[in-house]
Design a protein around this ligand. Sequence first.
Ligand SMILES: [Fe+2]
Ligand SMILES: [Fe+2]
Length: 186
Amino acid sequence: MNLNEIQEYIKDKLSEKRYYHSKCVMERSIELAKKYGADVEIASKIGIAHDVAKEMTEEEKLKYVKENNIEIDETEKVNTGLLHAKIGKDIAIKQFGFSESMGQAIANHTTGNKNMDIYSKILFIADRTSKDRNFEDLEYLNSLADKGIDEAVLYILDKKIELQIKKRAPIHINGIIARNFLLENK
Ligand SMILES: [Fe+2]
Ligand SMILES: [Fe+2]
């Protein structure tokens, strides 16, 4: 599908609020793609599509993973909200014709992962810093982003992990793996 078709699909599938978020993430992804010399169209498609599975019910998500042979781990069993990332990847590949690596950016967007490519990193940052989110440290984050995209990704990983600790909630292992990977490869 082209960008317009994906946008129509998303508009149809999601609530107004979530569609607005998706559009804001797309806009932020475009800014970041320009900043880091990535393909703007690819980043736009990933940005608009990333939460395609976000409003599925728990029942629908569990049914989808079963029917599409998607493996789920212990943390995802407890926190099924996380599953919208893996399901989103699957839908984007099957419905929108995304490549594996474009789909992987969607799979990585909630927790992070090791070996994230530029599009994974762009989405990861855009999803937290889109204009609908009012990210509290946006200026600081932008200054980190000037030093390199990995610095910005690390900062967001720290924030996400801190939040899980404050909530006494489980931390998905991929977040830890992503953080260690970036620190070890600085
Ligand atoms: Fe999401
Ligand atoms: Fe999102």
